[in-house]
Design a protein around this ligand. Structure first.
Ligand code: NAP
Length: 472
């Protein structure tokens, strides 16, 4: 595939291979972008941002709506490419495409609600003769850098609000999964996006990504990825607004009054969808001692029903992880926890990139599985005596993206909602729940700022005050 620079397809002699995580087969090749490509894309975007600013809101809205329709029309081919480049199952891939289409349609509505407010100048003594308002203006050029795991939807979380707020966008997808983002760029152009206002640059994060991060013409840099890269970006970004959506090791609490069947279902889907490679995957589960045995035995039963294999096969319910290096690391973390006293109740091994869905109990607090982000199909369980203990354990993390609790006790639910340091608390739902319109982002090392269409649009806007003196 070719990359897109200011709306034009660009080939390069040097390419990067995109491989199928399931079998290592080459799926496609993309250009290996370099610094001059970034510079050119940003120069064109600098013209593109002026075109976008002048574009009436109904036209921005139309582009977004049309993109949603085109995503639906191309659902089959997008699904197939997602399966091949990410290794997610057909069902997961189709879900991502259709969700992304909805996200664009939602953004087309939200675009119509960009507005400011009148300001009460006469509330300030000495300003009685002033009248005015503030308005939101596009920030200019939005730079977007995305991770490998949910490439279409996470690109949409940046591109759609950027367009809704009237900006030009330069996006750099992950090197392992760039194909869907390139197609998204093509669909945006087909939907009417001004050429100069959209670029999709492929190439290494350390070169293309870093050049985007450092360029002062980019006014808002929106990044989703690991904490390590996020910290690197914040050191290099200079004076620009930053949005950082980073990792987590999300916790789920199962109280003694919990609906156990519902909690088990949510733990399985939260822990093993996309082979656990979701930033809000269920990784740590704290279960009340009164319901511990019931919960664990029902969980094991459900986990054994997961069918791992070729993601192209309709019978497969969990595919591979992104590459062998990660598969090796994930299994090493299981072994490390085991060597420190944990018990592996099911799973624990791998075949190339297929890692067995794994449940561990008595996982020590000093193990990687409790402290860091696994980003793989493993769940660490600990028995708790009460909710207070679960709150302490949940907060005992450098991360704070989302958390969940299953309980029938309203006081317990409120206590958890108030005490846990995370951007989202789900009650009788797992931490992996996300609606694309809600404010989404993390406390602590899980990030900076919030996504969710309206909230991202605010971050991608400048506020301007207009004040009239009306004294004659
Ligand atoms: P990653 O290694 O941090 O890469 C993310 C993106 O950053 C890629 O496009 C990468 O390009 C680029 N990059 C790498 N080095 C860079 C640099 N020096 N400057 C600028 N850009 C650079 O993350 P990943 O492994 O793809 O994704 C997994 C991580 O994403 C997990 O930690 C997960 O929790 C997080 N995540 C968070 C959310 C959220 O919403 N909070 C959602 C999904 C995923 P290359 O691919 O070319 O290296």
């Amino acid at each position: 595939m070719e990359m897109i620079v200011g709306g034009k397809r660009v080939k390069k002699e040097k390419t990067l291979k995109v491989c199928n995580p399931y079998n290592g087969e080459i799926v496609d090749e993309v250009p290996q972008g370099e610094f001059p490509d970034v510079d050119k894309a940003i120069s064109l975007a600098d013209e593109g941002r002026k075109i976008m600013k002048e574009l009436p809101i109904y036209k921005r809205s139309d582009i977004l709506y049309n993109t949603g329709v085109l995503l639906e029309k191309n659902e089959k081919s997008l699904t197939e490419i997602l399966v091949k480049e990410v290794g997610k199952t057909k069902k997961e891939a189709k879900g991502e495409v259709l969700r992304t289409a909805k996200l664009f349609k939602y953004a087309s509505e939200e675009a119509k609600r960009v507005h400011g407010e009148t300001l009460p100048f006469s509330s300030l003594e000495g300003s009685e003769n002033k009248i005015g308002y503030y308005t939101l203006e596009p920030i200019g050029i939005v730079g977007a850098i995305t991770p490998f795991n949910v490439p279409l939807s996470l690109a949409a979380h940046k591109v759609a609000p950027a367009i809704a707020a009237g900006n030009a966008v330069v996006i750099k997808p992950a090197t392992q999964t760039p194909l869907n983002t390139i197609i998204l760029g093509e669909l945006l152009l087909e939907a009417g996006m001004p050429e100069k206002a959209i670029s999709v640059l492929t190439g290494r994060g350390s070169i293309v990504g870093n050049a985007l991060v450092k360029d002062p013409r980019i006014r808002f840099l929106s990044f989703t990825g690991s904490v390590e890269t996020g910290e690197n970006i914040s050191r290099n970004a200079g004076m620009k607004k930053l949005g950082l959506e980073l990792g987590s090791n999300s916790a789920l609490i199962v109280a003694d009054s919990a609906n156990i069947d519902k909690a088990v279902k949510s733990t399985v889907s939260g822990g093993f969808s996309l082979a656990g490679q979701v930033c809000i995957s269920v990784q740590r589960v704290f279960v009340h001692e009164k319901v511990y045995d019931e919960f664990v035995s029902k969980l094991i039963q459900k986990v054994k029903e997961i069918n791992i294999g070729d993601p192209m096969d309709d019978r497969t319910t969990m595919g591979p992880v992104i590459d062998e290096q990660n598969a090796i690391r994930i299994v090493e973390w299981f072994k490390e926890a085991e060597s420190k006293g944990a018990e592996i109740l099911t799973g624990g091994s791998r075949n190339y990139t297929l890692v067995e869905p794994t449940i561990l109990t008595n996982v020590p607090l000093e193990s990687n599985l409790m402290k860091n982000e696994l980003f793989g199909p493993g769940i660490a369980i600990r028995k708790i005596k009460n909710i207070e203990e679960a709150i302490i354990l949940t907060n005992n993390s450098v991360y704070g993206l989302q958390a969940g609790i299953f309980t029938q006790n309203v006081n317990e639910a409120f206590k958890v909602a108030k005490s846990i340091e995370a951007g989202g608390i789900m009650i009788n739902e797992g931490p992996r729940y996300r609606a694309d319109f809600m404010p989404y982002g993390g406390y602590k090392k899980s990030g900076l700022g919030r996504e969710g269409i309206r909230f991202a649009m605010e971050e991608m806007s400048e506020m301007k005050v207009v004040c009239f003196d009306i004294e004659e």
